[in-house]
Design a protein. Structure first.
Lengths: 516, 516
């Protein structure tokens, strides 16, 4: 057994099932090990941004890490942006980078970069494996670190991969002890009992099913509001789940919502802040008058922390169905006529099937969707956590591989879609059940809006050229078919409804360009 | 005048003509400044890898920097891989990153990354602008640093951009004094006179026209061979230029060429090393028995350094035309029948017009091209310097913008092409005279070759799946047309010749998919 094989065997033994990769010469022993130690499914991406974005989507749905395998500095470099999104999503990722042989590094060959420095920008944990002797332990440590909800990077020199292993002991990832600060739970309970107008802001894994059912108990016992961070990694939603108010993106609206609370409890998220610091604006959305109580618990232990809080509040375990706002299905009526962004959202909310995974990188176009889908059948909703655009398409790939029995729908802005457009090829290659809805407004609408907000409502021709995507028009049908994904273009609500139904009824990926 | 405007004014005054960008909210004052201080042409890329790759191509052809404007950490992250290539090419790049307002950074908003750490992986010079008061000076310093042949990164917080300037003094980039170590020139002259079998290895700007004419004088005076690093940033080639032997990629062939020399002089390049450290192999291509004399000179001063060396050797300034190997045009005959990689190279070498810029990211498919084009009409040949694949298409964009009167031909591997495929849209948008020749072998052939070299001639199905791009087949005609670039597919040599002639005779971009 060589180093590559003991790495793969350790990962397989720890429950790793899939590896998103675009390998090169410094990863060849690992490439060969996928055959000699079978069990991990390697999935090829045509660009590392697609690999890391897929690993993010997978981890959000599976709550366990996928492996990546990236080609030294350049491969990691292309993958950094979506690893940043994964970092902000607290996604477990076992991020493996092949590196030059240790003895070859000193000559600084053409592909050499400072891989450690590069990886450090996104990794919660990282290790450059020192020798083949420690490779199983390093692998187990990396996976244990990833499972805490972070990007764990293992850099493996080529000579460690090809060297023979003398001790074939397979290490197991250490099981993390429950990482919950009970004092902060007691404080939160006290605060929620005392304050009239209180809210819990939920983030990370506090927005998954089990957490939300506990949150509903807390709400029922205290009358607090339940809020979500603006861009959650994954929120389980729809009927049966409590209604969650999403903190708006723009500061004035966010402050409008948040200012009504005397007390705010934070679970799985930080104190809410503005995305961008505007001239004359502020960074924080809460004021010093508001009592802020963060519950301290590791991401995997958030459901347990919320259940402890519910118990501390003596909230009944079974809720009376009348107390649940969103018990009964409530779908919008299908709209008619010329499509626009709002109608597109209505069609989606009206037709999305039970158990759908909605990967929402719609940026401005999807503004209406959140509220419209509140009483849809149960579904999971994934958003762009770190603002590195282009995450939607590969995220859908990872989600579909993690959940092959759930339909995945990617509500996707056109400008952002172009960043990792190669993910369509992965969708075709792996025959994934993904329907991509392209919001073809043919501009970076957010940039136009932000320019107007900054007082530049009539930008000059140069500025206009930087948000206008209309010349030439991107032809999404050709792009999609060019990568093997069947595609159509629609410009009425009726056509969209018809094509969305058809896409959802047929296996494999589909793309619908929505001219809005 | 605000900070953004003084930055743009300083850059314009320093000769910056173009900015490759995909801006966001933290760059809005700079976006507006393209209109209020007109003169710099902003060119939108749909992905930052295209912006930085274009800046690389521009700098290689213009020998002066383009500006980039990237959206804080995530935008820089997507651009890092091609900045790595630019770093290895010694390309001047004025790399501007918008950053959060200084007062907003401490709350670590969602898009925040450690931009300085990220930029440090590729920058030869970098500065986080401390305040608007120093912004003109910082800009001038960055441009001066870039002009030395490196990526110079200027990180500009949003508040520095929007703040008003009190002192409107525009700083000029300092002119670098000639950075040539005359002692090393004397040593090189002595070495070339003494040793029978000697060679000069040329790299960086030592492969541009003026350098090469000096190198021809040296060759004529000493009989030395002229060699090139394996992956030059830009080599001016064809009739009128001396014949340059390119150091082969694989170690055995490289050693075969290099072992014949008793002495080697290095100009604009480092001691040649193997790309990858193979099991049982070595890093260096030269041995301790061989005398190595590096000429120490900054990249912009390499032509002068070579002329000094020629003068030191008393080489005549005008060469007798008989001493020039490559004086007379010698084109291969057009091939016939089913296309293959070699025939594709022959067609290109037979038809490429005078003054063409050949951007060659053909990886394995273009193996035959280098020798075939030796006696073509004068042209420039640009290659992948840092091994971060995907550089070809955006490099062609930058080259075409730097040299609007020269036809640009991109000989492009299909797998690599998918990395920055969005560059086709830039080609259409800017109506650039670029003909892209896609080498559609539908696999990562280099990975297959390297697996075989590593003793894995019959890889298992998992390994095979990681170099096979055939399922589904990429349809380059659809992809290209989807981004507004007219395209055809050919599978015979005759069709290729016909379509290449047609593409070169018509303005604007074209793509030819070559099924090989």
């Amino acid at each position: 057994m060589n180093g590559a094989e003991i790495l793969i065997k350790t990962a397989l033994n720890a429950g790793i099932e899939v590896c998103f990769t675009n390998p090169g010469t410094t990863e060849l022993p690992l490439v060969a090990a996928f055959d000699s130690i079978p069990g991990i499914r390697p999935v090829l991406g045509l660009f590392e941004g697609c690999c890391t974005g897929a690993a993010d989507g997978y981890g959000r749905m599976a709550d366990k890490p996928a492996m990546t395998l990236l080609h030294l500095g350049p491969g990691l470099a292309y993958g950094i942006a979506n690893l940043h999104n994964a970092r902000r999503a607290h996604t477990p990722v076992f991020n493996v980078i092949g590196e030059h042989a240790t003895w070859h590094r000193p000559v600084d060959p053409p592909l050499a970069m400072d891989v450690e420095e590069l990886a450090d920008t996104v990794s919660g944990w990282q290790c450059s494996s020192a020798s083949v002797a420690s490779l199983s332990r390093d692998t187990a440590d990396a996976i244990a670190a990833a499972q805490k909800g972070q990007v764990a990077t293992l850099i493996v020199p080529n000579d460690s991969q090809w060297s023979q292993v003398f001790d074939e002991t397979i290490f197991q990832p250490a099981i993390s002890p429950a990482d919950i600060d009970k004092d902060t739970i007691a404080l939160a309970a006290k605060c929620l009992k005392q304050k009239q107008n209180s809210a819990i802001i939920l983030g990370g894994r506090a927005l998954r099913r089990r957490s939300l059912l506990a949150a509903a108990r807390i709400q029922s016992a205290t009358g607090c509001d339940l809020l979500s961070e603006t861009s959650p990694a994954r929120m389980d939603r729809g009927i049966g789940f409590p209604l969650i108010k999403r903190i708006p993106y723009f500061p004035a609206k966010a402050t409008g919502l948040l200012s009504q609370y005397q007390a705010v409890v934070l679970v799985g998220t930080r104190e809410p802040v503005v995305f961008f610091g505007y001239q004359g604006g502020k960074s924080k959305l809460l004021t010093e008058d508001q009592q802020i109580t963060p519950i301290k618990a590791g991401q995997p232990f958030l459901p347990e922390a919320l259940e402890s809080l519910a118990d501390a509040l003596e909230a009944p375990i079974r809720l009376n169905s009348k107390t649940r706002d969103s018990e009964s299905l409530q779908r919008p009526d299908l709209p008619e006529g010329r499509l626009d962004a709002t109608k597109a959202c209505i069609v989606l909310a009206a037709l999305q099937p039970e158990n759908a995974v909605i990967v929402d990188e719609s940026i401005t176009s999807g503004g209406a969707y959140y509220v419209l889908a509140a009483k849809a059948p149960p579904f999971s909703w994934l958003t762009l956590t770190g603002g590195a655009i282009g995450q939607g398409m590969p995220c859908a790939v990872g989600a579909a591989i993690a959940c092959p029995d759930r339909p995945v729908i990617n509500l996707q802005a056109d400008g952002s879609a172009m960043y990792c457009v190669q993910a369509l090829w992965m969708q075709a290659r792996e025959s994934l059940n993904i329907t991509t809805l392209i919001c073809a407004n043919r501009r970076y609408e957010i940039l136009k809006l932000e320019l107007a907000r900054a007082g530049n409502a009539s930008p000059g021709p140069m500025a206009q050229s930087l948000y206008d995507l209309a010349a030439p028009t991107l032809d999404w049908v050709r792009l999609s078919r060019g990568m093997g994904v069947p595609a159509v273009s629609v410009d009425t609500a009726e056509e969209l409804a018809k094509e969305l139904k058809a896409a959802l009824n047929e296996p494999g990926p589909h793309l619908i360009e929505m001219i809005i």
